[in-house]
Unconditional design. Structure first.
Length: 285
């Protein structure tokens, strides 16, 4: 984990613990002596791809650095029902304090990694890579995009600040393709740092206008059919990176890949994913 990711994670964990704990875990405080120690195992209850193990390690360290975590399965590995991802040993109060946050994060991340892996497998044998989108849970984007990477996908832009992505509304408000590209290139020139430009097109006529203007890094083929993507890729002829987007499902994604596009963006990787079933089972030691 890089420094920026760790800083985001630390801030997130502190806020999440405060949300959950308030002025204390009164159930644990009222039922279990504070000096009792225990063990817990992270039990897998559904087949999939595990994600969030290293995030869990960081959460546990922040909750109580004296807790010991013994990892058996690493991020990105295939898991089956009954597998044990890790053992956790130490103060029971600390284990129970960390339990829900660890599970919430790992179940969500593992669900995303599992879904992403499924889409990646559907594209085996093609050059096409699966991209995520900004259709993420507010403030959890950094974790959800990390899960996409663990599942074998590729991250698109993180937010509005790290790429110029001119979509249909921008085009219409700007007065058309050429006007939008002219303005964005002038803006990029004065920005003083590298910034890719991607533009969304709705038909081949708009694509031809993009190619005529140039000065673009990537073109998004929005709601094209696979047959239209074939024509678009031929027209681009390697001059731009190509991305297909809009209503692409697991039933149609292979056809888009075989049409020759470089990337396919799939909002379903994050916006409607089912969490993977995991459980933290405890015992006294």
């Amino acid at each position: 984990m890089d420094r920026v990711f760790v800083e985001k994670l630390t801030s997130f964990v502190n806020q999440a613990l405060q949300e959950d704990l308030g002025d204390g875990d009164h159930t644990t405080l009222s039922t279990i002596p504070v000096d009792h120690r225990g063990e817990a195992k992270l039990l897998v209850k559904e087949d999939g791809i595990i994600a969030g193990v290293e995030v869990a390690r960081h959460i546990i360290r922040l909750v109580d650095p004296t807790l010991n975590i013994e990892i058996h399965i690493n991020d990105g590995q295939t898991v089956n029902i009954g597998d044990i991802a890790f053992y956790l040993r130490g103060a029971i109060h600390s284990i129970l304090k960390a339990e829900r946050l660890v599970l919430n994060v790992m179940q969500r991340m593992s669900g995303i990694a599992t879904r992403t892996h499924h889409y990646v497998k559907l594209l085996e044998g093609t050059k096409t890579k699966v991209l995520d989108t900004r259709k993420t849970t507010p403030l959890l984007r950094f974790l959800e995009k990390e899960a996409v990477k663990i599942g074998g996908g590729v991250n698109h832009r993180f937010g509005l600040y790290d790429m110029i992505l001119i979509k249909d509304n921008h085009v219409d408000y700007a007065g058309g393709i050429t006007a939008a590209l002219h303005s964005s290139n002038a803006y990029r020139k004065g920005l003083g740092r590298p910034m890719e430009i991607e533009i969304e097109v709705r038909n081949l006529a708009e694509l031809e206008e993009v190619l005529e203007f140039g000065h673009v890094d990537r073109v998004m083929l929005d709601n094209f059919t696979p047959e239209q993507v074939v024509d678009a890729v031929k027209l681009v002829d390697g001059r731009l990176t190509t991305e297909a987007s809009g209503g692409i499902t697991e039933l149609t994604i292979r056809a888009y890949a075989e049409a020759g596009v470089d990337f396919i963006s799939v909002g379903a990787l994050t916006h409607s994913v089912k969490s993977l079933d995991l459980s933290l089972k405890a015992k006294l030691i």
